[in-house]
Design a protein around this ligand. Structure first.
Ligand SMILES: C[S@@+](CC[C@H](N)C(=O)[O-])C[C@H]1O[C@@H](n2cnc3c(N)ncnc32)[C@H](O)[C@@H]1O
Length: 221
């Protein structure tokens, strides 16, 4: 089927911020919409925060997380608000541009400025990028695109993500690169009934209504 030029994803500067536009679909990074979920009482109920929780933290210790599949950084900001310094990798240049713009705008918002100051974006592939990190993070978080039905009912945001990103084809390499960092644990987001990433059996899983967080506990350190 022929695709109209207007359907090709392109970046546009709008009064709200940098937007990715394709036909009727529009995607913008926006951390202010996350504010209700970042309040302390709400944050403690977030399944990702529970899954990434590190027990026995030493006084003055900086907890570090690597988000190897950052997307628009919504999961990363949950980790940052719960006390992690987060290094985010995003390899798609259009998504990375949206994320960088969202971080910049959030840095001027009173309730978000400190949180996003603990989030650092690395534009590029995390499989090679993780190998170059000079620290061992406490947590590595993986949320690669899952093969999903390209239905008209899928959320507009998801549809646009699906246009840019194919389902992860190198699950083994991604998991191997995460484990090679010697983290205390690797947390993997999966659809509730989806298969485990690279078939790796988790130590335990935290389940919600539609998603599941598989936790692979590695070294206690
Ligand atoms: C499902 S989305 C992640 C959504 C994200 N958890 C959030 O909260 O917005 C997956 C993202 O990971 C990125 N990605 C997938 N594999 C990657 C890799 N090897 N290195 C860097 N980015 C990757 C994709 O471009 C996509 O933006």
């Amino acid at each position: 089927m022929r695709r109209d030029a207007a359907d090709e994803p392109r970046l546009e500067t709008t009064p709200e911020g940098l937007s990715l536009v394709a036909g009727e679909m529009r995607l913008i990074g926006d951390f202010t919409s996350m504010l209700p979920r970042l309040k302390p009482h709400a944050l403690g109920r977030e399944l990702l925060v529970k899954a990434a929780k590190i027990r026995h933290v030493e006084e003055g210790q900086t907890l570090r997380a690597v988000d190897a599949t950052a997307g628009l950084g919504e999961d990363s900001i949950l980790l940052a608000a719960s006390g992690f310094h987060v290094t985010m990798f995003e390899h798609d240049p259009l998504i990375a541009a949206l994320l960088r713009d969202a971080l910049e705008r959030a840095s001027h918002v009173e309730e978000l400025g400190v949180i996003v100051s603990h989030m650092e974006l690395v534009e590029g592939d995390s499989i090679s990028g993780m190998a170059s990190l000079d620290f061992a993070p406490d947590v590595v978080y993986l949320d690669p695109m899952f093969p999903a039905k390209r239905s008209a009912s899928a959320k507009k945001k998801l549809q646009l993500f699906q246009r840019l990103e194919s389902p992860c084809s190198d699950e083994e390499a991604l998991l191997e690169a995460a484990l090679a960092l010697d983290p205390r644990k690797v947390v993997v987001k999966r659809p509730l009934k989806g298969p485990q990433l690279a078939g790796a059996k988790p130590s335990h899983a935290i389940k919600g209504k539609t998603v599941r967080y598989d936790c692979i506990v590695c070294s206690p350190r």
